[in-house]
Ligand binder design. Structure first.
Ligand code: COA
Length: 260
């Protein structure tokens, strides 16, 4: 029996599709769902059969319409900090995962939903997807990393505007702002996410993981990103995949990477 009540997991050809499955609540993230996302992303870390993951939402209407407001409404100052920190921890696990994680945004990505999408390494959206951080409508602010990641992705001025006006934007504007990598018709959403994922999975896995580490280092105040890059570059050069990749180029053939 599945340990997941609010997620559907489907592993195919090394790609774990994680579907938030509370369609009647527009896939709102209650605390149990956050716990399940933690378990699912831990599986991505631990299971050698999983090479990458794609997050999406059940149904046609929503990716995730935010944290579950019925639970949020019960929060007090005492437990709200822990609530935010636990969500932040899970979303940081997604961001720091050294296997690629893509968000396939199939509808509303609001509040915690936009934050979940932003924690992924990149985002593909359907034409009807809508993005926003509407927390100020509730007397709140984003609490799952949104103030930080939205600013990193689209810059200070636009991030301020979206978070202070609570405006929702469409997929086209999200792409123009750099929040979304690709916008496609709804039927092409998962195929496009899979296409990108398969392209990434055809590269050297160690190098992919180190790219993720190095890009994340830009946003880590305690890390010297250039040093991280130099160390990671050196690590690549000690790998078998580096020998295979360079030999394959010189021998005019496709490389066969082993992830070592
Ligand atoms: N938390 C809990 N339940 C939510 C939810 C959320 N974030 N978002 C939607 N739902 C529930 C609704 O309460 C409703 O449940 P019900 O059928 O039991 O009444 C169901 O999902 C469908 O939502 P509904 O509002 O009827 O759909 P809509 O098409 O009229 O509106 C939205 C869609 C996304 C605009 C609207 O649901 C909304 O504004 N949601 C909240 C978004 C938000 O503020 N997110 C940040 C939270 S911090």
């Amino acid at each position: 029996m599945s340990i997941y009540e609010n997620l559907l997991l489907n592993l195919e050809n090394g790609i774990l599709v994680i579907t938030i499955n509370r369609a009647d609540k527009l896939n709102a993230l209650n605390i149990d769902t956050i716990k399940e996302i933690k378990a699912a992303i831990q599986q991505v870390y631990d299971d050698p059969a999983v090479k990458g993951a794609i997050f999406t939402g059940a149904g046609e209407k929503a990716f995730v319409a935010g944290a579950d407001i019925s639970e949020i409404s019960e929060l007090s100052e005492v437990n709200a900090r822990g609530f935010a920190e636990r969500g932040q921890e899970v979303f940081s696990m997604i961001e720091r995962c050294t296997k690629p994680v893509i968000a396939a945004v199939n509808g509303f990505a609001l509040g915690g939903g936009c934050e979940l999408a932003m924690a992924c390494h990149m985002r593909v959206a359907s034409e009807g997807a809508r993005f926003g951080q509407p927390e100020v409508n509730l007397g709140l602010i984003p609490g799952y990393g949104g103030t930080q990641r939205l600013t990193q992705l689209i810059g200070k001025g636009k991030a301020m505007e979206l978070m202070m006006t609570a405006d929702m934007i469409g997929a086209g504007e999200a792409k123009a702002l750099g929040l979304v990598n690709h916008v496609v018709p709804a039927v092409e959403l998962m195929p496009k996410a899979m296409e990108i994922m398969n392209k990434i999975l055809s590269k050297a896995p160690l190098a992919i993981g180190l790219v993720i580490d190095c890009v994340n280092a830009v946003y880590d105040k305690d890390e010297d990103g250039y040093q991280t890059e130099a160390n990671s570059f050196a690590r690549c050069c000690s790998s078998q995949d580096f020998i295979e990749g360079t030999n394959a180029f010189l021998e005019k053939r496709k490389p066969v990477f082993k992830g070592a």
